[in-house]
Design a binder for this molecule. Structure first.
Ligand SMILES: Cc1cc2nc3c(=O)[nH]c(=O)nc-3n(C[C@H](O)[C@H](O)[C@H](O)COP(=O)(O)O)c2cc1C
Length: 91
């Protein structure tokens, strides 16, 4: 049986409190119905801004897990803690 991808990681810089336009275009060009979306961003002080809300608007039939905002000083442990918090299982 064909195996379909169920979980999509979406990463973007925070641009004007939301996704960078190329990432938004990518979301609009694909169908993520029924998929789980895990998002993350880099930022310059504004954190995730409206990114989670805007992904939820574009992908209303997807499951959106809590995202993470990282800056240049982030430690890999912080990312690992986030993946554990959302119970992401490494395959
Ligand atoms: C056009 C533009 C808009 C930006 N808007 C925001 C913003 O609203 N909030 C914020 O925290 N950072 C903002 N930034 C800073 C970027 O998020 C930050 O430089 C970027 O995430 C760093 O990652 P990179 O080195 O991969 O680009 C903006 C940067 C650019 C170029």
């Amino acid at each position: 049986m064909k195996k379909y991808i169920q979980t999509i990681f979406i990463g973007s810089p925070n641009w004007f409190k939301t996704l960078a336009p190329p990432v938004m275009s990518f979301l609009r060009q694909h169908n993520f119905i029924g998929k789980t979306i895990i998002h993350f961003c880099t930022h310059g002080g504004g954190g995730l801004g409206e990114i989670g809300n805007d992904i939820a608007k574009e992908c209303s039939k997807s499951r959106i897990l809590p995202g993470i905002a990282v800056n240049g000083t982030v430690q890999s442990k912080e990312v690992r803690n986030w993946l554990e918090a959302i119970e992401y299982k490494f395959q």
